[in-house]
Design a protein around this ligand. Structure first.
Ligand SMILES: N[C@@H](CCC(=O)N[C@@H](CS)C(=O)NCC(=O)O)C(=O)O
Length: 229
C-alpha cells in the first residue's frame, strides 16, 4: 500500500491526496511536518508531500508523484492519450506552479506575521503573477474542465494551487486574481463541490490549528536564535 507523508494543511499534500482518492487507490497517511530529520530520510529537501510506494521507494515533489501514480495505476486516467494534449495539460500545471504558486508563496510569511509587504516585493510578485495570467488565459479552456473535455491532472493540480494563490493575492495584494482568467472562478467553485474536494477540505480544516501552532513556535524559535542577523 502507498503511504502518503505530510500534513493536511499543505495544498501540495492535498493535491496528491486528491489524485489517490480519485483513482480509488488504498493508501495510509503519515502525519509529518516539514524540516524534520525523519522527513529528510524520505524527502531529500525535507518538504511534503512524499510517498512511499508499495515497493518501498520514496518519492517527493508533487508533480513527480502525480506522474508516478498515473504511470503505475493507469485506470481512471488523468492525462490524455494524445501526446500533444498531454503536453498542454503539463504546461498548465507547470505554469501554475512557476507563475502562480511560487510567487504567491513569497508573501506567505507576511500573511502569517501580519507584516506589510514591501512595495518592491509586491511589484515583483504582481509582475510574475501577471505573466501567469497571460499564459493561463492562453492555455485554459474550461469546457468544462481546465484543458477541455477531459478531467485531467491539471484540474486537480491547479485547483490546489489556487487555494493558496487566491487567498494570498486577495489578502496581501488586494487582488481577486481568479477573476482575471475568464471561466476560472466558476470552474474553481465547481471543483470545490466534489465529494473528494470536500473531504480533503474537511481534513485541512482539522489540521489547521496544529499546523498554525507549529508555525508560531518555529517563528518564535527563529526570532530567539542567537544566529539571527
Ligand atoms: N516543490 C515541492 C514543494 C512542496 C512544499 O513547498 N511543501 C511545503 C508544505 S506546503 C513544505 O513542506 N514546507 C516545509 C519546509 O519548507 O520546511 C512539491 O511540489 O511538492
Amino acid at each position: 500500500m502507498i503511504t502518503l507523508h505530510g500534513f493536511a494543511a499543505s495544498n501540495y499534500y492535498n493535491l496528491v491526496k486528491h489524485v489517490l482518492l480519485h483513482k480509488e487507490l488504498p493508501f495510509q497517511e503519515n502525519l509529518i511536518y516539514g524540516g524534520s530529520d525523519e522527513l529528510l530520510v524520505i524527502s531529500p529537501v525535507g518538504k511534503v508531500p512524499a510517498i512511499t510506494t508499495a515497493q518501498g521507494l520514496n518519492i517527493s515533489e508533487s508533480s513527480v508523484i502525480c506522474d508516478f501514480i498515473e504511470e503505475t495505476y493507469p485506470a481512471m486516467p488523468l492525462y490524455p492519450e494524445n501526446a500533444g494534449e498531454r503536453a498542454v495539460v503539463r504546461q498548465i500545471m507547470k505554469i501554475s506552479e512557476l507563475y502562480f504558486e511560487l510567487p504567491s508563496r513569497r508573501l506567505i510569511t507576511y500573511a502569517f506575521t501580519g507584516t506589510a509587504v514591501p512595495e518592491l516585493v509586491a511589484t515583483e510578485v504582481r509582475q510574475v503573477l501577471s505573466r501567469g495570467i497571460i499564459a493561463l488565459n492562453h492555455l485554459t479552456k474550461f469546457s468544462p474542465w481546465i484543458a477541455g473535455e477531459q478531467f485531467t491532472m491539471a484540474d486537480i493540480y491547479v485547483y490546489y494551487v489556487n487555494t493558496v494563490v487566491k487567498s494570498i493575492a486577495s489578502s496581501q495584494l488586494n487582488w481577486e486574481i481568479l477573476a482575471d482568467i475568464p471561466g476560472m472562478k466558476e470552474w474553481d467553485v465547481a471543483m470545490g463541490k466534489s465529494d473528494i474536494a470536500q473531504s480533503v477540505e474537511a481534513d485541512r480544516k482539522e489540521n489547521m490549528p496544529e499546523f498554525m501552532q507549529k508555525v508560531t513556535l518555529q517563528m518564535k524559535a527563529s526570532n530567539e536564535s542567537p544566529n539571527k542577523s
